[in-house]
Structure formats: structure tokens, C-alpha cells
Design a protein around this ligand. Sequence first.
Ligand code: ZN
Length: 257
Amino acid sequence: MLAVDHELLRAEQETEDRGESDDDFDDEEIGINETASKGKNNNPIDPSQKLVALTFDDGPSMYTAKILEVLTEYDSSATFFMVGYNIEKHPERVKMVLDAGCEVGNHTSNHKDLSDISRRSVESEVYDNEKLLNDAGAEGELLLRPPYGLTNDTVKSIVKRPMINWSVDSRDWKTKDAASTVKEVKKNVMDGRVVLMHDIYASTVEAVKELVPWLIEEGYRLVTVSELYDARGEELKDGHVYRYTYTAQECAQRQAG
Ligand SMILES: [Zn+2]
């Protein structure tokens, strides 16, 4: 049932793409500045390194811990956008994700299409679930991932939070096959991208076991969404939708210009 929405979004993203990024930035002289973002274990994030943000939606579930194990093993982080009905079943998993050095985001109470419900419903879907996450230990204002990636001007005017969509769809929700999930990410991943996955499938856990070491081997550092944007100096604004950020090269050019 998700297929149509995801296909639409995919088409929309491709037209909005900033163009191909260039991995050939090894020669760039980009120092880590004084205010470099701190990643996991307080290791500063070098903005000249290739960065990618894996994101996991629709949990927490029985698979969340298994994904955290892999991330921890490789000293990596990710962002988990959690949905209300699963938080209520296992509120302790919110803290577990935070304790693993990962970020917790809001994926609404009931996973409704926000662009197709009343203003009042949008507010309750977003803010009630944020309250639930706050109570479970994820403090403060949280990034929102709108269900199906769907928003409109009304939603943007109501939601006083940055909305994070994605630029790489692993299609794990569709194929439920580890090999296909791995292939899809390997094919499309680039510096500065946000990858969509779901911590509710066994196949995604298997895919993560292969993808995380592969990404590191390819020179990526796996960071949270907030760390990704912070490292590249792009401010996340309330009511705006994001899918990816600057590559290391674009980031350096912006600073030079
Ligand atoms: Zn979802």
C-alpha cells in the first residue's frame, strides 16, 4: 500500500536533485575547525570525510536492538524515526537508541498522511507523539519524518519542526529482501545523503550487517541526521523539508565563496 506514495516521492526527488556529486575531493585542504561537530564517543566529525545518515522508520521493534548492535560494533550512528503505536508497546527502546549514541526522531502517532487530514489532526499526530518521545527520554524538539514523506503547504505551516525526508530509498519496505536492499543503497548512496530504511524487518537487519562495514570501507562515516547537517553547516529550519545536504566539496566551495 505504500508503493504509490513512495514512487511519487521518488520521482519528485529526482527532479529536485542537486546533480551528481563528485567523490574526488581527497585533495581538498579542509581543516577541522574549532567548532567541529562531535560525533559518537566525542570523536569530532571531519566535514571533509564522506558522510551518510542512515535512517530507520516505523519502529521501535524487536529488530531495533539488532541494528544498534551492528552500529555500535562499527562505532557508527543513525537516526530512528519512531511511530507512536510502537513507542507505546516498548517505550524503553527510545532510551536504548539514545544510549547507543543514536538520534531519535518523530514519525507521528499513527502514521497517517499528514497532507490528507485536518489541521487539528496534524497537530495531534506530530506533537502528541513528540510528547510521548519526550516522556520516554528523547528530550526537546525532535526532527519529524512525515509518513510516506508527504507534506504540503498547510503541513509546513503547522509543523514547527524541520522535516527530514530522504534521497536514497533502500526499498526495504517493498522488497523485504536483504540483497536487494543492499544493492539499492550501494547503487545510490553518495556523500551527504539521507538513506531510508525501516527497523521493522528481519531483512533490513541482514542488510545493515552488510551495508555498515561496506560504507566504512568506502570511506563513509555514518552519522545522525542532525550531525550530518551540522557538519556541513546547513541549518535545519522549522517547517522546511530536507532530503540531503551539501557534499564535502560543495561545503568547501560555499565556505571559500
Ligand atoms: Zn513510515
